[in-house]
Design a protein around this ligand. Structure first.
Ligand code: FAD
Length: 309
């Protein structure tokens, strides 16, 4: 069985979500290739070749795939799938955009958010906002999976796979116009070792910036938020952690003024250590917290900042 893993990159750096997806792929088969889609992405392809267990790297270059245009990415992948039995894609926003298109073209039923590989055709995935796990078996000739990177250990370095170049497809019916990239010195939310998240208790965008962001900066952490905080405009959309936001599993997750609704827990309950600050001792967040502080954040956070020096 040959498996193709789509690399997660920004054209310059290979993200470790790729290594984690390779781990899942290697549990299905020993024949694992990595597809790097991009423009000027030679360094990414070289990095992918160093992942232990990877057989070959395919570097598909083109302007549209370099800009992440899903139509071009899916057309390129479909063109390559003749040689593969399964496609594994990190369950990122981009992956969730193009994987269903590939599945539709291959007449396959995509399996999303895989957290465990049972065998080459059987997988475990969360349902009901992570409250239950279902085991699904697919009979599709070509399997299309998105893989939840936080559920797998990163594959080690140490490989020496060769890189094969090919031309990527162009988008039809869609044209890349421009992009606005968020510039931040903070670590990326899904890759950060520490995440500090704020909830509705912040009450305003100014308060969110005053309380959450300096603490995150002091800890070298990424900033997250509950959906209530995002919907109220206290924090940008891409900060949202949870069922309909990002799934994170950092070494340390600090939830401040967040009640711990199941949809929020779905995005962070696999964090190694969870710290919650909430003035309501009955808040559900305390059921998953390793350390819980029943306190008003207005006094607790300044004390924490002072203790951190
Ligand atoms: C389909 C669907 C998808 C959803 N997806 C998501 C998702 O991806 N992510 C997500 O987060 N939510 C999601 N939600 C929303 C979720 O159900 C909750 O409404 C939301 O998580 C609540 O956010 P919160 O904890 O910030 O607010 P609240 O539930 O209002 O909690 C605020 C908390 O702050 C505490 N507090 C108040 N003042 C202070 C203070 N001064 N000091 C300390 N603590 C204080 C309160 O005790 C309370 O526990 C989704 C809902 C649905 C229906």
């Amino acid at each position: 069985m040959a498996v193709l893993v789509v690399a997660d990159s920004d054209n310059a750096h290979l993200r470790d979500t790729t290594h984690k997806t390779v781990t899942a792929a290697l549990q299905m088969s020993g024949d694992v290739d990595v597809l790097v889609l991009g423009q000027g992405a030679d360094a990414v392809a070289a990095a992918a070749g160093k992942i232990a267990g990877v057989r070959k790297v395919i570097l598909a270059e083109g302007a549209d795939v370099g800009h992440g245009v899903a139509e071009a990415i899916s057309a390129t992948i479909v063109g390559l799938m003749g040689g593969y039995d399964a496609l594994l894609v990190p369950a990122t926003s981009a992956g969730k955009n193009f994987a269903p298109r590939v599945a539709a073209s291959l007449d396959a039923s995509p399996i999303s958010d895989v957290v465990e590989v049972v065998s080459s055709d059987t997988f475990v995935r969360p349902i009901y906002a992570g409250n239950a796990l279902e085991t699904v078996q697919t009979g599709d000739a070509k399997k299309v999976l998105t893989v939840r990177p936080t559920a797998f250990k990163a594959a080690e370095e140490g490989g020496s796979a060769s890189v094969e170049k090919t031309a990527a497809a162009s988008a039809t019916g869609t044209k890349f116009v421009s992009e606005e990239m968020v510039k931040s010195d903070r670590p990326e939310l899904t890759a950060a070792k520490i995440v500090v998240s704020g909830g509705r208790a912040m009450g305003s965008a100014e308060e969110f910036q005053r309380v959450i962001e300096p603490l995150a900066d002091k800890l070298g952490a990424a900033v997250g938020a509950s959906r209530a905080a995002v919907d109220a405009g206290y924090a940008p959309n891409d900060y949202q952690v949870g069922q309909t936001g990002k799934v994170v599993a950092p070494a340390l997750y600090i939830a401040i003024g967040i009640s711990g609704a199941i949809q929020h827990l779905a995005g962070m309950k696999d964090s190694k250590v969870i710290v919650a600050i909430n003035k309501d001792a009955d808040a559900p967040i305390f059921q998953v917290a390793d350390y819980g502080l029943v306190a008003d954040y207005k006094t607790a956070v300044p004390e924490l900042m002072a203790a951190l020096g």
